[in-house]
Design a protein around this ligand. Structure first.
Ligand SMILES: Nc1nc2c(ncn2[C@@H]2O[C@H](COP(=O)(O)OP(=O)(O)OP(=O)(O)O)[C@@H](O)[C@H]2O)c(=O)[nH]1
Ligand SMILES: [Mg+2]
Length: 211
């Protein structure tokens, strides 16, 4: 649930990048850091969470949102990196998520991994007391430059269960293509949900899949 400080006119929220090892989470965070204007971004911080796993944090400096009644928006972006063998850390990373980027590798050979991380996303959100249908999810369909990739329609048709991604965004994280679009799309969804549903506790109706 976003922290909203009405007196200070500030809203803080956390976006989590979730996806199979090798899908492109670290590359996406690095690309965002490189592409965003200096005044907007903080540093990338790596926090050890186990022998092989680390959490990457990218903190944005607060920026004023016209959409949100001139509130200043303070964005935290978080991703787990490493083997993710421990389901406990996979679950932990989703705690307090206000929006999720589900990063998928477009290659046909990665589909079983994509499907398994999609399923575990639903499970771990539920275990964290978050109704999967109430969290905006953007499907980041990464590695569009690789050979043997599934078409965008494949992702569109395969992932329409709860949590149905509100948007699909094709990316080539290594080239920075599409990553800012992912961030903007999800930020807009989280803010939009917040404006419709200021208490943020009542579950919102599930977003229909995009046309
Ligand atoms: N061709 C291509 N390679 C990519 C793309 N995105 C990431 N990669 C490569 O895929 C590999 C894995 O990317 P990472 O960003 O480390 O993946 P990750 O999700 O952070 O992986 P873990 O930290 O192990 O969970 C790296 O060699 C990247 O350079 C892309 O869009 N196109
Ligand atoms: Mg990584």
């Amino acid at each position: 649930v976003p922290n909203i400080y009405v007196l200070q006119k500030e809203i803080q929220f956390t976006l989590v990048l979730y996806g199979a090892p090798g899908s492109g989470k670290t590359t996406t965070i690095k690309a965002l850091h490189k592409l965003l204007k200096g005044s907007r971004k903080g540093d990338i911080v790596a926090i050890p969470v186990g022998a092989a796993d680390r959490t990457l944090l990218l903190d944005f400096n607060p920026f004023v949102s016209k959409e949100l009644n001139k509130f200043s928006v303070h964005l935290h972006v978080r991703a787990l990196t490493g083997t993710m063998e421990d389901p406990a850390t996979r679950k932990l990373i989703l705690r307090g998520a206000d929006g999720v980027v589900l990063v998928m590798d477009s290659q046909w050979s990665r589909m079983p991994d994509n499907a398994s991380f999609y399923r575990s996303l639903c499970e771990h959100l539920t275990e964290n007391g978050i109704n999967p249908a109430s969290v905006p999810v953007v499907l980041q369909v990464n590695k569009r430059d690789m050979p043997d990739i599934a078409p965008m329609d494949y992702f569109q048709f395969s992932y329409t269960q709860s949590p149905a991604p509100a948007a699909l965004v094709p990316t080539i994280a290594t080239q920075g293509y599409g990553v800012v679009d992912v961030l903007n799309t999800l930020t807009r969804l989280v803010i939009g949900q917040q404006m419709q549903n200021p208490t943020a506790t009542a579950p919102t109706p599930q977003t229909p899949p995009p046309q």
